[in-house]
Design a protein around this ligand. Structure first.
Ligand SMILES: C[S@@+](CC[C@H](N)C(=O)[O-])C[C@H]1O[C@@H](n2cnc3c(N)ncnc32)[C@H](O)[C@@H]1O
Length: 218
């Protein structure tokens, strides 16, 4: 936990349960060990969507559809979500959850590797939620750039990696070192760009919120 454990537990309690259907999907995910957005992160996501009122949302990393369903509950009328997942077993489960929730007309699930799908996507997405392979964030972000209009928001989850991101790389397990250094490079990059302004929040497992600037903001 990034923040003090008691504060984290208290904040998690304050973040009220969502609609019953989402809660059932959350319960399933937790029981099956499927990683989904944390409670504190979920309330930030919902708040940002309520502020932004996007027209098209893009999500990278559907898992079983929890966050897509959650976002669909607070997005404005007319908004659509495109979500990408590569793990077939999860795609089947997510499709089923989306169908049961009656959201097939607003949530479009694309199966495959986001690195390939993002290259082919057309149009603009004014809200992008990145929640897939942490070692690929730089590449995802590069591919999302042309899809994101000025004023568009990109939210990246799990960027502080349980707080281990601030540890020296020598304290990190050998097998996690590549992700550790890639995430550090990614955060260094997105916090120093001229075309995006970014804040990194110690919410959940760490969330980076980037806004594509219009020339008048620079
Ligand atoms: C943390 S889970 C997503 C959780 C989901 N956003 C939620 O909160 O309900 C990350 C998902 O990204 C998927 N994933 C990882 N790398 C991917 C890639 N390159 N393309 C598509 N999906 C990917 C994984 O299979 C996994 O199901």
């Amino acid at each position: 936990m990034i923040v003090d454990e008691r504060i984290g537990a208290y904040l998690a309690l304050l973040n009220a349960d969502g609609p019953p259907f989402c809660e059932a999907v959350r319960k399933y995910a937790e029981a099956e060990g499927v990683p989904i957005v944390r409670r504190e992160a979920e309330s930030l996501l919902k708040t940002l969507i309520c502020i932004k009122k996007p027209r098209r949302i893009l999500e990278i990393g559907t898992a079983v559809g929890y966050s897509a369903l959650l976002m669909s509950e607070c997005m404005p009328p007319g908004c659509e979500i495109t979500t990408i997942e590569s793990y077939h077993k999860r795609v089947i489960c997510a499709r089923d959850n989306i169908k049961k929730a009656g959201k097939e007309d607003v949530i479009k699930l694309l199966e495959g590797d986001a690195l390939e799908i993002l290259e082919k996507l057309e149009g603009e997405f004014d809200f992008i939620f990145m929640d897939a392979a942490k070692g690929q964030y730089a590449e995802f972000f590069r591919l999302c750039e042309p899809l994101c209009p000025q004023g568009g928001i990109v939210v990246c989850d799990n960027v502080l990696q349980e707080g281990t991101l601030v540890h020296s790389r020598y304290l990190i397990n050998q097998r996690d070192r590549t992700i550790h250094s890639r995430m550090r490079e990614f955060l260094q990059d997105i916090t120093h760009r001229e075309d995006f302004t970014t804040t990194i929040l110690p919410v959940g497992d760490g969330m980076a919120v980037s806004v594509k600037m219009s020339p008048s903001c620079k």
